[in-house]
Design a protein around this ligand. Structure first.
Ligand code: NAP
Length: 306
């Protein structure tokens, strides 16, 4: 059995890091458990332009600043893949390697995982033309043709980023309208080297056994297919919540998002959820940090009994 904490935070994206700042600054013992790199989706985002006080900053820079800040008041940080959270007088957080951690309160801040297209040629070409992170892999496609799938904020923002590197960017959407907010749409439509292919769905990613060469698309009205030549495919078609570690607690909706009250507490006392993994309408850095502050502050009052 490991050390006992006041709060264990699972995930160190903006929500988890904000909670760590509030919890540790209030004098609670806090442990952050993270299965990847600190920063969550921030690290995969090129520019952040809508976090108050920061007009524009690279996502990974803001992530690093938040990470340093989150450890500034004594919070501990470990690498670990959490497979289960158990309720009880003390909560138990069980890691993949069998380690059992205990705390009075658990905050789930695990975010979401990008959806895959699930079409032939996708998995085999990961790392040789198929990528889910434009910020990480965009530079490999300088002066080449790349194709982004999806019409949400992620797809359009990353397409804009790729347009500064690649010769040409295709955006493929399945309807004839975008889902992204109007300002981002405007920027996309004003960018000369971005072409939008509407009303098409991807059927197959083609390659020459060394790298991606094209993507086969199908018109949703006529069923006609054609091959769009491209050196890379970046699917940005949404994401699903990472909540399997609490599946037996009955705190998720039918899509796996965690249901919380105004204090970000689930119907299981002492188990909170914050950020993108929760059932909410606006998934942003600013709403994630807001969730973390509310949850940690509420947990502080519950733990201290004041
Ligand atoms: P999203 O908003 O759910 O958009 C997903 C896009 O992928 C939609 O255009 C959807 O088409 C398309 N799509 C879904 N499945 C598909 C499939 N099988 N084949 C082809 N296209 C498919 O996802 P997101 O862009 O990842 O954003 C997730 C959340 O984060 C949103 O709430 C978003 O606002 C937020 N976010 C905000 C910012 C920001 O404010 N700066 C940046 C990134 C993300 P349909 O429209 O036809 O369904």
């Amino acid at each position: 059995m490991g050390k006992h904490y006041d709060i264990i935070i699972i995930g160190s994206g903006p929500a988890g890091m904000s909670a760590a700042i509030y919890g540790s600054r209030a004098g609670l013992s806090v442990l952050i458990v993270e299965a990847g790199a600190p920063g969550g989706k921030l690290t995969k985002t090129h520019d952040i332009q809508n976090y108050p006080g920061i007009k524009t900053m690279r996502g990974y820079e803001l992530a690093m600043q938040m990470h340093e800040h989150s450890l500034n008041f004594g919070a501990e940080y470990i690498y670990g893949n959490v497979v289960e959270v158990k309720d009880g007088e003390n909560k138990q957080v069980i890691l993949e390697d069998g380690t059992v951690l205990e705390s009075k309160v658990v905050l789930i801040a695990t975010g979401t995982l990008e959806r895959t297209l699930n079409i032939p040629g996708e998995e085999v070409n990961m790392g040789r033309g198929v990528s889910f992170c434009a910020v990480c892999d965009g530079a490999f496609f300088r002066d080449k043709v790349v194709t982004v799938i999806g019409g949400g904020n992620s797809a359009l923002e990353e397409a804009l980023y790729l347009s500064t590197i690649a010769k040409k960017v295709n955006i493929v959407i399945r309807r004839d309208v975008f889902r992204a907010e109007p300002l981002v749409q405007k920027h996309v439509l004003e960018t000369n080297n971005i072409r939008v292919v509407k009303k098409h769905i991807p059927l197959e990613i083609l390659d020459n056994e060394l790298k991606v060469t094209g993507i086969k698309l199908q018109n949703v009205d006529t069923n006609e297919t054609f091959v769009l030549e491209t050196d890379a495919v970046f699917p940005y078609i949404g994401a699903d919540p990472i909540s399997q570690m609490v599946k037996d607690l009955g705190i998720t909706d039918q899509d796996g998002y965690i249901i919380v009250d105004e204090n970000k507490e689930t119907c299981v006392k002492g188990i909170y959820a914050i950020g993108d993994v929760t059932q909410k309408t606006l998934r942003q850095v600013v709403t994630a940090t807001n969730d973390g502050a509310i949850a940690a502050q509420h947990a502080f009052h519950v733990i201290r009994g004041i």
